[in-house]
Design a protein around this ligand. Sequence first.
Ligand SMILES: [Zn+2]
Length: 259
Amino acid sequence: MKNKPLIILALVFLLVVFLAVILTPLYKKATPKIKPVVKGRIAIVLDDWGYHLDNLDIAGGIKQRLTCAVLPGLKNSRKASQRLHKSGFEVILHLPMQPKGNIRLEKDTIALNMSRQEVLRILNKDLTEILFAKGVSNHMGSRLTEDINQSSVIMLEVKKHSLYFLDSFVTAKSVCAPLAKKIGLRFARRDIFLDNRDDPEYIKAQLKSLKNLARTHGVAIGIGHDRKNTIIVLKEMLPQLEKEGYKFVFVSEIAKVER
Ligand SMILES: [Zn+2]
């Protein structure tokens, strides 16, 4: 057996390869990735979808969880809600409600002088249009969300549909929070508006404030809009914030019944 040492060498080699193949996955399993500590949870809501479809493609490139509030009754309401849902975002109905002052209103804006029947007719029509809605938020509404009667009609119906209510919080005198608590409705409230100025530097600064709030309170909700600058800044900043340890969630993950 002239080749004996060679055969032994080959067998040893095969054994080493065999052990490497068998043991590598075991080793990997034995050393799980250490989960980073979550510094805070952040829900970002983008309002006023439905006017156009211009920003859907850029938004589609965002991998983090976003909640998108779609206005009803517009040319692209249905299409936008379908495509946003398809992109993996949470869709909610952005219900137009009467503001203070003389601002141009959307058609079928819920007004103070409407009957209960009229309010319910509009809300239910809107919910059949904005498919996949997981919740309802107010578009404008600085006048209406101060009114306990009309707000009750809306919020009781939202509860009946097993949805949550997000208060855009456009007036400090909003009755929505105590009302939601009283009727046992899942509820959340905006903390910070992200894009009151359509300026990337301003939006970045607002995101930083939102992050700080999430760190101190554990959770924070920021509202921006279906605008190019806002969406581009989000696409750039959210992966960074995620690396820093912030977790992006849908509003449905934090809306809760206050006790
Ligand atoms: Zn709005």
